[in-house]
Design a protein around this ligand. Structure first.
Ligand SMILES: Nc1ncnc2c1ncn2[C@@H]1O[C@H](COP(=O)(O)OP(=O)(O)O)[C@@H](O)[C@H]1O
Ligand SMILES: [Mg+2]
Length: 421
């Protein structure tokens, strides 16, 4: 019996169901937009005290005013970004200008593991949002046809990325496929069109959909010596890097959300990356599969070094393993994490992302922890989850700063004995 007819119609039904969910989340009465931040959150993000923030607001002087609701004032992320700029311009203090400076290169991070369901997409999007709140400019590149990062930004992969519901290819610019399938005379346009803005003012996205399978076909053709596609001078391993060289100027950090398993786009991600994050679950199965993954990374690094030499490929500045869905009260999980710590040593991020029902409910709604406003009853577990996520974000931020040859602002303050103003 042939299945394709049934499978096609199931895919069609699922697609329209998914589209309906996304459309519902994005309809104007429930538009997916970024919430505002309380004065407490805003001052903490700016690195100033609440009274300092109040003073700035009342002195006006072009400082963003936020919105007064009853007695409390809230700020949009746009206003927080403008406030940071205002503070930098009026004080010259670099702590208000975290984005990269002259001579500092775009930091490319690949979020990767053989395994699915370990939190690659969840950590990609949360890390992006953590950094965006801190004032960095982020590009997420979704390299997984499952398109979870894409969907988390309220974009329907079935309708708005790659092909429309009738199978027509949408104009280039809706995924990395627009870049991979470019012709040599439209490089600039293909690169720029692949990027779209999101409702986070300082996060842009290269969305994904099933069209990425076609990118694989093109890369495969390009990898065959006698079947060069038109852009033969570009090595297939370096396509994602070449893309980032075009568009990366506007960003501080690019995060590549990889697919589980290895395909040519993931090899591209490995060669483009300055750092790797490997999310894992604290189970023996994950520990075992990580053994294979580490061996694979070693082979990949050797291969890239052999191909490009130290000059051509700078290598990974960091490789960090991130435990996700950790339950502190679970003995088996604690034992697995202990063995991971023992074997992986400095590669381990010591603060895991915790299992949280807050993320469960946030996940169903396709809200992240940084977007979600919990019900009162969820407040404690939500705060714990955010604190864990923040701690992970801080570890990666430190890696990024050290990639740029800088230190975390808190450490700079501590070294100079400066308290927050
Ligand atoms: N810390 C967590 N607590 C609860 N649910 C989580 C957590 N991390 C991820 N999830 C859920 O697990 C599922 C898989 O996560 P995802 O990020 O899509 O994994 P991957 O990208 O590695 O396939 C998603 O439904 C996500 O909401
Ligand atoms: Mg994913």
């Amino acid at each position: 019996m042939a299945w394709h007819g049934t499978l096609d119609s199931i895919a069609k039904r699922l697609r329209s169901q998914q589209s309906a969910i996304i459309a519902d989340q994005n309809n104007s009465s429930r538009e997916k937009s970024l919430r505002s931040f309380s004065s407490k959150e805003a001052s903490s993000l700016l690195g100033i005290t609440e009274s300092h923030l109040r003073n700035r607001v009342s002195n006006a002087d072009g400082f963003p005013q936020g919105t007064l609701l009853g007695k409390s004032r809230t700020f949009t992320l746009d206003e927080i970004i403008a406030a940071r700029r205002w503070l930098y311009e009026s004080t010259g203090n670099q702590k208000y200008k975290p984005s990269r400076r002259n001579g500092e290169a775009l930091c490319v991070i690949a979020n990767t593991n053989f395994k699915g369901g370990v939190g690659k997409s969840t950590s990609t999007v949360h890390l992006a949002q953590y950094l965006a709140l801190k004032g960095y400019r982020i590009l997420i590149v979704d390299l997984d046809a499952q398109a979870s990062s894409t969907a988390l930004f309220g974009i329907d992969p079935a309708r708005h990325v790659g092909r429309d519901p009738n199978g027509r290819v949408l104009p280039a610019g809706t995924s990395i496929h627009g870049w991979i399938s470019r012709s040599s005379d439209n490089e600039e346009v293909a690169a720029e069109e692949a990027v779209r803005s999101t409702y986070w003012p300082n996060i842009d996205l290269v969305a994904a959909s099933a069209i990425l399978h076609s990118s694989e076909d093109i890369l495969k053709q390009r990898s065959m010596p006698n079947m060069h596609a038109p852009i033969s001078e570009v090595d297939w391993h370096r396509e994602v890097r070449a893309f980032l060289d075009h568009v990366g100027g506007q960003y501080d950090v690019a995060i590549l959300d990889c697919r589980p398993d290895i395909n040519m786009l993931s090899v591209n991600a490995f060669s483009a990356a300055d750092g790797l994050i490997v999310p894992v679950l604290a189970t023996n199965m994950d520990l075992q599969s990580m053994t294979e993954f580490m061996a694979f990374l070693a082979v990949t690094e050797r291969r890239l070094l052999k191909m490009y030499g130290q000059e051509g490929w700078p290598g990974w500045a960091f490789v960090r393993v991130l435990v996700n869905r950790f339950v502190g009260t679970s003995r088996p999980q604690t034992e697995v994490v202990d063995s991971m710590n023992l074997v992986l040593g400095p590669l381990m991020i010591r603060n895991p992302m915790v299992e949280t029902s807050a993320l469960g409910s946030a996940g169903n709604m396709k809200w992240t922890l940084y977007e979600y406003l919990p019900a009162k009853s969820e407040d404690r577990s939500y705060k714990r989850a955010v604190a864990a996520m923040d701690a992970v974000g801080a570890v990666i931020e430190r890696e990024i700063l050290s990639f740029w040859g800088r230190k975390l602002q808190d450490e700079v303050n501590a070294a100079h004995g400066v308290a927050a103003e």
